[in-house]
Design a protein around this ligand. Sequence first.
Ligand SMILES: *[C@@H]1O[C@H](CO)[C@@H](O)[C@H](O)[C@H]1NC(C)=O
Ligand SMILES: *[C@@H]1O[C@H](CO)[C@@H](O)[C@H](O)[C@H]1NC(C)=O
Ligand SMILES: *[C@@H]1O[C@H](CO)[C@@H](O)[C@H](O)[C@H]1NC(C)=O
Ligand SMILES: *[C@@H]1O[C@H](CO)[C@@H](O)[C@H](O)[C@H]1NC(C)=O
Ligand SMILES: *[C@@H]1O[C@H](CO)[C@@H](O)[C@H](O)[C@H]1NC(C)=O
Ligand SMILES: *[C@@H]1O[C@H](CO)[C@@H](O)[C@H](O)[C@H]1NC(C)=O
Ligand SMILES: *[C@@H]1O[C@H](CO)[C@@H](O)[C@H](O)[C@H]1NC(C)=O
Length: 404
Amino acid sequence: MRSYSWRGLLATSLGLFAAGTNAQTGAISDLGSLLAGQKNLTTFYALIQKYPEILLQLPSYQGVTVLAPNNDAFNKIPYSSLNDAFKNNDKDTITNVLEYHILQGTRLAKSLVPGTPTFIPTLLTSPEWSNVTGGQRVENVKQAGDVVVFVSGQGSRSTLTQADLAFTGGVVQVIDSLLIPPSNLKTTTTAFNLTSFQGALYAANRLPLDSTTQNATFFAPWNEAFQALGPAISSMTSDQIAQVMDYHLVPQVIYSTNLTNGTQYLTAQGENLTVRHSGNNVFINSAQLLQADILIANGVIHVIDNVLNPQSPSAQPNPTIASQAPVFASASSVNNLPFTSDIPCTTSCPVTSHTGTSSVGAKTQTSTSVSTSKSKGLGAAVARETGYHAAGLMVALGGAVMLL
Ligand SMILES: *[C@@H]1O[C@H](CO)[C@@H](O)[C@H](O)[C@H]1NC(C)=O
Ligand SMILES: *[C@@H]1O[C@H](CO)[C@@H](O)[C@H](O)[C@H]1NC(C)=O
Ligand SMILES: *[C@@H]1O[C@H](CO)[C@@H](O)[C@H](O)[C@H]1NC(C)=O
Ligand SMILES: *[C@@H]1O[C@H](CO)[C@@H](O)[C@H](O)[C@H]1NC(C)=O
Ligand SMILES: *[C@@H]1O[C@H](CO)[C@@H](O)[C@H](O)[C@H]1NC(C)=O
Ligand SMILES: *[C@@H]1O[C@H](CO)[C@@H](O)[C@H](O)[C@H]1NC(C)=O
Ligand SMILES: *[C@@H]1O[C@H](CO)[C@@H](O)[C@H](O)[C@H]1NC(C)=O
């Protein structure tokens, strides 16, 4: 359902590009006038003028919040890189990236509660970009010192620099770096070094399928958790591994704010997981939550410190010890990373002479390896050198579509 009044309102706002502001009268500007009057938003304004499709696609809402990256945000990348990336991709890509910068509803910075994150739906709804029902989310949190941060894909953080600029259809919040549309499960687990988890999903034949399931929450054990089990998990049959991995997937999107003490969630495997709080620590069964709310294209990842066992759904943590014991009886720790060899080769692969036997298969394989090797190259290489934040920005501007 689309609202023609909204289309009209915003198209008119930008179509007229009335340079005059309402400074004298004090009345609220339309969006076009507001952006035109902001010296720090000239790049964003130019982008919006170049791709007005974004505003023509606005559905009906009570109001919207435009997260407008300031000129510094664009300047973090040489303009030529941005230009090339946008030139190589189609209008559709830029429209989707911009849609991720528009939040549903009028969200005032001053109404945020310090410390409590919110997960705000955006206008990014195309299944090519998001399989989160109701629109991909941006995490918004007010930190100590009233610093307001928007967290997007790959853990990228954008800080609010100018708050609550009202226009006739909502509010503009100025941010210091671009939001990154969340990448898929494979790309994100690679970027966050969840190597064995990713490999185990392949060993269980759950990747690539798990990356396109709608509305998913993954509890992803870090590498150390798989190393602590060793052959107790790596020598299982594929079906047994699938049982274990399905126990790490809840088929609905559960952000950290819903991981409340005593809550149970039904997994894809069929057994429940239980959330427990002890002091400031959160546990999933007996596994401690290490990092919450890593947004992905089809939901969210929470990193935990132990592999969950569907045979032991009532496992409880011992909060007095720092590191919980494995819940697999025959655990025997190893130095190597289990399941790495199950990850399909995407870079520097041996050339096979066996090509063209199945056009469908070949096509699928080609497109998979192209997209993953690009994103891996960008994400992993830059992450090693400069950290995730820089990697995220590069990815957003240089390979947003490639990541998916
Ligand atoms: C514009 O950006 C500069 C530097 O980033 C900053 O010092 C200034 O306060 C900004 N202007 C407004 C109106 O916020
Ligand atoms: C969403 O799911 C569909 C199939 O259900 C898939 O084709 C598409 O690639 C998925 N989107 C993303 C961003 O992973
Ligand atoms: C995704 O979650 C929404 C609730 O947010 C639900 O209405 C919808 O049916 C779910 N879709 C699937 C495929 O599970
Ligand atoms: C990834 O995890 C492995 C195993 O825990 C560790 O040895 C390695 O240093 C990690 N790499 C990065 C980049 O954090
Ligand atoms: C998450 O918590 C909110 C607020 O308590 C509640 O309305 C919502 O139903 C919860 N969602 C899930 C999936 O549990
Ligand atoms: C899972 O938990 C829910 C809510 O606590 C409960 O109703 C349900 O019976 C449980 N299912 C299983 C398989 O334990
Ligand atoms: C969580 O719930 C349990 C059982 O009701 C309770 O004993 C424990 O104190 C709660 N934890 C916190 C941090 O409130």
